[in-house]
Design a protein around this ligand. Sequence first.
Ligand code: SF4
Ligand code: SF4
Length: 301
Amino acid sequence: MLYRGPLSSCNYGCVYCPFAKHHESDAEHAHDAACLERFLGWARAWPGELSVFFTPWGEALVQPRYQAALAELTHLPHVKKAAIQTNLSAGLGFVEQCDASKLGVWATYHPEWTTRARFLSRVQVLLERGVSFSVGVVGFPKFADELDAIRAALPSHVYVWANAVKSLGYDATERARFERVDPLFPYNVAAHDSLGRACAGGHTVISVDGEGDVRTCHFIRDVIGNVYAPDFAEALKPRPCSAAKCGCHIGYVHLEHLGLQAVFGEGILERAARISHSYMFMPSRSRPGKRSPNALASSTR
Ligand code: SF4
Ligand code: SF4
C-alpha cells in the first residue's frame, strides 16, 4: 500500500524536483498529521497482511510523526514491511524504536544538498541495524562520479541505483556509465508499454491518499475505492493497465511481464534488488521488457 498524504514540503530544494516546493503552514501540518493518524488507525485494525510504503510529495522522514508511524507499523504483527522514500537527512534515532527487520528505506543521495560523508554516515546506521534499503542518485551525468563513489563505499549486497532522467536521452557512453553501477538501469531508462498488460496495481498493490481514496497506482488518477469504506476490498481485483506507458520504477516494478517482482523479492517496496554488484545487465543480449535469465540466477537470495 503506497501511502501519499498531503505533505509536500522538503528540507532540500533540488531544482530538478517537480514538487516539494511548498512550505506547510501549522494548519497544513495538522491536516497531514490527522490524515496520517486516520490511516494508522485503519492499518491497526486491518484484519489481513499489510505492507505500507510512504511515498510523500516531499520529505516526510524529517517529521517525527512519520518516524513514529514507521516504528509503530513495524511492530504490528500483521504488517510485513513499513518503508519510506527519503533523502536520508533526518536523524535515525527512531530506528531504535522500530523492528528493524520490517523496516525498509529507499534513500536518495542528493550531492548538491549534502556531503557524501554525511549521507554514508546515515547509511552506516541502516547497515548496522540490519535495515533493508537501497540507495541511489538522480541520473544526471554530473552525479556519475558521486554514484561511483557511493557504490565503492558500500558492500556489494547493497543495491545502488540511478534514476534515469528520460528527457536527457543519454548517449551510449552515459548509459554505460550508469549501467556499470546499476545493472537494472536499462529498465529505468525505458518507458514500458503497459496498456492492457497485467500489473499488480489495483489488486495487491494500491495507492492511497490522505483522504483514503484508492487508486490503481500513483499514475492513474481514477479513484477505485476508499479504504475507509467498509466494502473497499471488493474493489481490489486483477485489472489490466489502462495507461499507454509506465516509466517510473515505483510502477513498472509491478508489471508482471517484466519479471521484476522476483528480482526485488521482499525488498520490492524499498527498491532493494536481490542482486549482487557482480551481476551485469547485458543490453546487447537482453532488453527491457525481457528478463534476462541471469537476473535470477545471480540473485543473492
Ligand atoms: S530531496 Fe527529494 S523531495 Fe526534496 S527537493 Fe530533492 S527531489 Fe524533491
Ligand atoms: S503498469 Fe504502471 S501505470 Fe499501469 S497500472 Fe501498473 S503501475 Fe500503474
